[in-house]
Design a binder for this molecule. Structure first.
Ligand code: C5P
Length: 250
């Protein structure tokens, strides 16, 4: 948590209002359990455990606000050092983030973190905030890509093969100066991630090393992997798998 002289307010926005069609489950993705806890709860607990977040705003499906509040209820108790608010998300991810921004006028810095990245290590969240507080206006975690990436046209013809060594697969949480993110959203541009909006707005974005455990649970295979990893972690003597994964990018 913040030092006495630190007047910053780090607000984590958690877009959790997606349907999760690609996951093929009967409930919205953020409510799907992994190791007995919904992704939404796991992601929120990771943010709290990082010790660098002052407030968390969850954007949940409009019809499931009560369910989200019940799931997160004990985190709203005075015993929890980080207040958690729940707001209604929107049709697109950007609508959900916009609703979160509006609910946090006090934020000096924002983290935007997908609920679907439920296994993100708290240490990586802390690294993003440390970089942000050192003066970077926009910070994103990223990993080198393992596959060769090609661009294609509408007929599937290859139009280019970018140099893989300069590519990064970008994760969350993405960290931003508070006013920069507000201004980028107010400009009404479109991008597939929040850093893309800020880049289109002309701001510089720094990539720091991501973590394999911050993968986004999108497909049934991802869900199996996440459940297996949590089961391994909770099995005595198997924590080394997490430790090994955590050292891969350090
Ligand atoms: O669909 P995708 O995996 O890219 O979603 C990333 C995150 O954005 C998920 O946590 C999802 O719940 C959230 N989202 C949202 N509102 C939407 C669509 C997605 O909060 N309308």
């Amino acid at each position: 948590m913040n030092q006495l002289h630190d007047t910053s307010r780090v607000v984590a926005l958690v877009p959790a209002a997606g349907r999760g069609v690609r996951l093929g489950e009967s409930m919205p993705k953020a409510f799907v359990p992994v190791g007995g806890s919904p992704m939404l709860t796991l992601a929120t607990d990771g943010l709290i455990a990082s010790g660098v977040v002052d407030h968390i705003v969850i954007a949940a499906p409009a019809e499931l606000l009560d369910e989200a509040r019940i799931l997160l209820g004990h985190r709203a108790e005075p015993a929890c050092p980080v207040p958690v608010s729940v707001v209604a998300g929107g049709a697109e991810r950007t609508d959900s983030v916009r609703a979160g921004i509006a609910a946090a006028p006090q934020a000096t810095h924002f983290l935007v973190h997908d609920a679907a990245r439920a296994l993100t290590p708290p240490s990586m969240i802390a690294r993003v905030v440390a970089e942000l507080k050192s003066g970077c206006p926009a910070v994103v975690p990223g990993l080198p890509v393992a596959d060769t990436i090609k661009s294609v046209d509408a007929d599937g013809e290859v139009t280019g093969t970018p140099d893989r060594s300069v590519l990064r697969a970008i994760q969350t949480p993405q960290g931003f100066d508070g006013q920069l993110l507000r201004d980028a959203y107010a400009a009404g541009m479109h991008a597939t991630d929040d850093a893309g909006l800020v880049e289109a707005f002309g701001a510089r974005v720094r990539v720091i090393p991501g973590d394999p455990l911050a993968f986004k649970i999108t497909t049934p295979l991802d869900l199996r992997l996440a459940r297996t990893l949590l089961a391994e972690r909770d099995t005595p003597g198997r924590t080394e798998i997490f430790e090994q994964l955590n050292t891969v990018t350090r």
